[in-house]
Design a protein around this ligand. Sequence first.
Ligand SMILES: [Zn+2]
Length: 350
Amino acid sequence: MTSLRREAENGQIAERYSRQVLFRGIGIEGQRQLSAGRVAIVGCGATGSALASLLARAGVGLLRIIDRDYVEPSNLQRQSLFGENDAAESLPKAIAAARKISAFNSEIFVDSRVEDVVPGNIEALLEGVDVILDGTDNFETRYLINDFAVKSSHPWVYAAAVGSYGVTLNVVPGKTACLSCIFPSSPAGMVETCDTSGILNSAVNLIASIAATEAIKLLVEGVDAPHLRRTLLSFDVWTNEHAEIAAAQPRSECRTCAKREFIHLAGEQRPHITLCGRNSVQIHERQRPIDFAEMKQRLAAHGTVRHNTFVLKFWREPYEMTLFPDGRAIIKGTTDVAVARSLYARYVGS
Ligand SMILES: [Zn+2]
């Protein structure tokens, strides 16, 4: 690089990121590391929105935002990347997030993926990133991420929030405990969901801020970053109770990182999932894409239909079906998988 070009580039970095570059832990070289950094955020709800927003503003060069869901009015209380227009249009969250980010940092690249992370696609979705961040709402996906991350030596950060409480853990495969070391099976206390316990937006933002900072340390200083936290940290913003549990060492009998049995990666593709307390079921069984225009014609006789480029919505009381171009559907109005399946078979077909 010529010295002139380097100077010009330094000038640009210096302006946008001047306050961050001034911070001793980052500096101009750290900022370059962030620009070259690639981060995947799995799930773009409340935690994912906050993570993406912080890292995009900090100048992380590539954010791959993966989310299977669309924006709804009840998201707006805490999911900071979305607006009322996104909810009115039922925009997929990964698309809405990219639009919002481009309005405040057009210099970074956002790679939006409207997909459900499953064993069959996790490698394609997460390969080639430096750090994986958890914005999911369920342990099933977290164990899947943990399997992938341990197997392929990707650092990842677990983050969860419910009620007024948040918890986070850095997993550096081969160096620290992994998620299965700490929770060999889904922790009973974490089966509460946003729907049963509600959620404070401040709890989400606290835990996302901590997780985003750990990601920045990983990008700037690598997996041996001296200040990288090596504990499971929990904090309740309402009661102010907080705790840290040691997680610096892998557990010698851990099925995942010691025995390297990747049972979640090997698992069958999940054909359906009941979503986080939303009175809805996801169906993903069809292997071929859907032509929205054709589907709209077909469904118009049976109820109300509307679509844009990204989603097609079909209302037939008491159900609401949202279809994605790859054939995936979210059926609202039931938690009964058999009911959802039969609706799908009747209206969409196989
Ligand atoms: Zn482990």
